[in-house]
Design a protein around this ligand. Structure first.
Ligand code: A2R
Length: 313
């Protein structure tokens, strides 16, 4: 008999096909009545396939007394109640590593696009302003402009390496200084913001980083500074961010993540000193396929009695 698993939302077709092949899959998003599905199939469900947005709440876990494993499509596990999973002895796996390159590339793209006014200048051409008004205001170069990375982990290190090639000195902030890392360390985030031209957030979401980029940090970054967030929308204080951009105490922003996705505040949509992306850090065909393969592999390993490839510890 195939093990039974719960799918929290739609997944890539190749992932759904592989999971259908190996398991009896209960699709929560397709259930006419979720309560009925959980009441009927809940006691037999041994695994959850989810993503970084849908996660897995304590409430859902409690409806699944035979739950053994949660496989998350994404590296961020802030939507999964990890403490509850631990208490229940449930293994949690995510998809770290395979998305580093593309998330880092998007961060670099946002650094380049903000500094060179890429989106505003595109509009400038399309609106006929180049012919009507002449050349637009000059943008800024990158060489020598310092980048502070909030969260120098797997992805953060890739961002640092890529931006070094552009001639950017790198600094970082985390809860501790890392051994063997040559970049300048700041124990205080506000102090780092005051010392850099770009602040790039790539730390996990969750309570410990909730609105860590607050009004003080943004003010320290300053009118010539740019804030880039490819981490989680919970990491910045969105009200403070909008205020700082509106009153000019912050220069620019490049945002791939928002406090209440997919809703983006109207105020941000109206500003041309902000570049907006619909949470696409890992959103390439290649990376999403690799993430999907890893979800399938983690579940396969678990049900074969092997340790998952990428456990969340
Ligand atoms: O604090 P440290 O030294 O453990 O450094 C980690 C840092 N970090 C924090 N920094 C400041 N305040 C915090 N409360 C805090 N918590 C964690 O974030 C570490 O350098 C970095 C996370 O690195 P990794 O665990 O290797 O994660 P990865 O794969 O780079 O992904 C980062 C995040 C995901 O959690 C998603 O939210 C997003 O990228 O896609």
């Amino acid at each position: 008999m195939k093990p039974e698993i719960l799918m929290m939302g739609p997944m890539m077709p190749h992932v759904e096909a592989a999971l259908d092949d190996a398991y009896t899959v209960h699709r929560l998003h397709e259930a006419a009545d979720r309560d009925v599905l959980l009441a009927e199939a809940g006691p037999r469900i041994r695994g959850i396939a989810t993503d970084g947005h849908l996660g897995a709440s304590a409430e859902v876990m409690d409806r699944l007394p035979a739950l053994e494993v949660i496989a998350c499509y994404g590296v961020g596990t802030d939507a999964i109640d990890l403490g509850h999973a631990r208490t229940k002895g449930v293994t949690v796996a995510n998809t770290p590593g395979v998305l580093n390159d593309d998330v880092a590339n998007l961060a670099v793209a946002l650094v380049l696009a903000t500094s060179r006014h890429l989106v505003a200048n595109d509009a400038y051409v399309r609106q006929g302003r180049w012919t009507a008004e002449g050349a637009p205001p000059l943008s800024r170069g990158l060489r020598g402009r310092k980048v502070g990375i909030l969260g120098l982990g797997r992805i953060g290190k890739d961002i640092a390496e890529k931006l070094t090639v552009f001639g950017c000195p790198i600094a970082y902030h985390g809860r501790r200084e890392q051994e063997g890392v040559g970049y300048e360390y700041f124990a205080d985030l506000t102090e780092m913001a005051a010392a850099v031209d770009f602040l790039v957030a790539i730390c996990p979401g969750g309570p410990s980083t909730d609105r860590i980029v607050n009004a003080d940090v943004l003010a320290a970054l300053g009118p010539e500074g740019t804030f880039i967030n490819v981490a989680r929308g919970s990491v910045h204080d969105e009200t403070a961010l909008i205020a700082a951009l509106l009153n000019g105490t912050l220069g620019m922003a490049g945002l791939d993540v928002f406090a209440d996705e997919p809703r983006v505040p109207e105020a941000l949509m109206k500003m041309d000193k902000v570049i907006l992306q619909p949470h696409q850090g890992s959103g390439t065909v290649e990376t999403r396929r690799a993430m999907g393969d890893l979800v399938v592999e983690n579940l396969r390993r678990h049900f074969a009695g092997e340790p998952v490839a990428t456990p969340v510890t």
